[in-house]
Design a protein around this ligand. Structure first.
Ligand code: ADP
Ligand code: F6P
Length: 320
């Protein structure tokens, strides 16, 4: 019987993480389960930074980006002895299960704790969108909307100066932020890790479209696809066009979560608690075919957000 759980946020922060913490805390309270919050991700777990979370502790947090529990990237947690000590600490503090809110790396940490007998569930939280076990990760929609607002501002100056604006976005080894923002902003092209990068072809397309009276262009580059500085240099060297670079960086990780991210965070949180109450542990709470599901870790590899080649092609068809 689950009587007390702990929750932590880990890895890259993402808008909606606070909504997820709030959802876990308040829904668990509805079910008579006590909640403890662990600060600074697995680093805080190792340091035994844990304190009770009640309904008031999560008040006025749903609208805030980032994570009020703080997060961390913690190399020490790759050590099996450290993982075992962390599991023992949780058991010593009568924690029946741990809810981890984070990305694919954080899920590996949760799996490690499970291997030492500490039940875990993972709520997918990363702006990258690239986790196994789910077709959606909390933070992706907010990041895409942040890119939309930012690129629309960049477009103003590109149009005013007849320039090619190259914009680098995050996503680590995935191109989902670039793909969705590319269509949303009406980019002329996107470069993503999932597709071959051909700078000669890109320049050919730019010269063709600018030869048809196009005055400015937006090129979105996923950080995992190419060195965006190299892309700008190549355009400058192989065309007459004026190109410049904006690296959006960490602005994509901040900001108040969109409605969609707040809603998904709440639904993921509810499912996480219900899954534990049903006696099902060691799974990632995922969006699978538009439904919220608990996917056992050993089956998670069968579910992931698919790179939509149709969107990729449509961006280039509409961008000319
Ligand atoms: P994200 O969860 O956003 O992908 P990271 O990949 O940095 O972020 O992972 C976050 C933390 O999860 C790491 O700093 C580390 O503490 C833990 N972690 C990642 N991979 C593993 C692993 N294979 N085994 C144990 N812990 C891991
Ligand atoms: O995983 C989320 C993310 O923002 C990636 O898109 C990015 O490459 C990485 O984190 C940056 O890591 P850090 O916050 O450690 O610099």
């Amino acid at each position: 019987m689950i009587q007390k759980i702990a929750v932590l946020t880990s890895g890259g922060d993402a808008p909606g993480m606070n909504a997820a913490i709030r959802g876990v805390t308040r829904y668990a309270d509805c079910k008579g389960i006590a909640v403890e919050g662990i600060a600074h991700g697995y680093a805080g777990l190792i340091a035994e930074e844990m304190r009770p979370l009640d309904r008031r502790a999560v008040g006025e947090t749903i609208q805030r980006g980032g994570t009020f529990l703080r997060t961390a990237r913690c190399k020490e947690f790759f050590d099996r002895n450290v993982q075992e000590r962390a599991a023992k600490f949780l058991r010593r503090r009568q924690i029946d299960a741990l809810v981890v809110i984070g990305g694919d790396g954080s899920m590996k940490g949760a799996q490690a704790l499970s291997s030492f007998g500490m039940p875990t569930v993972v709520i997918p939280g990363t702006i990258d969108g690239d986790m196994i076990g789910t077709e959606y990760t909390v933070g992706l929609d907010t990041a895409v909307n942040t890119v939309l607002v930012s690129v629309n501002k960049i477009r103003d100056t590109a149009v005013s100066h007849d320039r090619v604006a190259v914009v680098e976005v995050m996503g680590r080894h995935a191109g989902f932020i670039a793909l969705y923002s590319g269509l949303a902003v009406g980019a002329e092209a996107v470069l993503t890790p999932e597709k071959p990068v051909d700078l000669a072809a890109l320049c050919g397309d730019l010269l063709a479209s600018h030869g048809m009276k196009k005055r400015s262009s937006i090129i979105i580059v996923a950080e995992g696809a190419a060195n965006s500085g190299t892309v700008v240099d190549y355009i400058r060297e192989h065309t007459y066009l004026e190109a410049n670079l904006t690296v959006l960086g960490y602005i994509q990780r901040g900001g108040s979560p969109t409605a969609y991210d707040s809603i998904m965070a709440g639904l993921f949180a509810q499912k996480a608690v219900d899954t534990l109450l049903a006696g099902q542990y060691n799974c990632v709470i995922g969006s699978v075919g538009q439904k919220i599901a608990a996917v056992p870790y050993e089956e998670a590899h069968t579910v992931r957000l698919k790179f939509d080649t149709n969107i990729y092609k449509l961006i280039h068809q509409l961008g000319k």
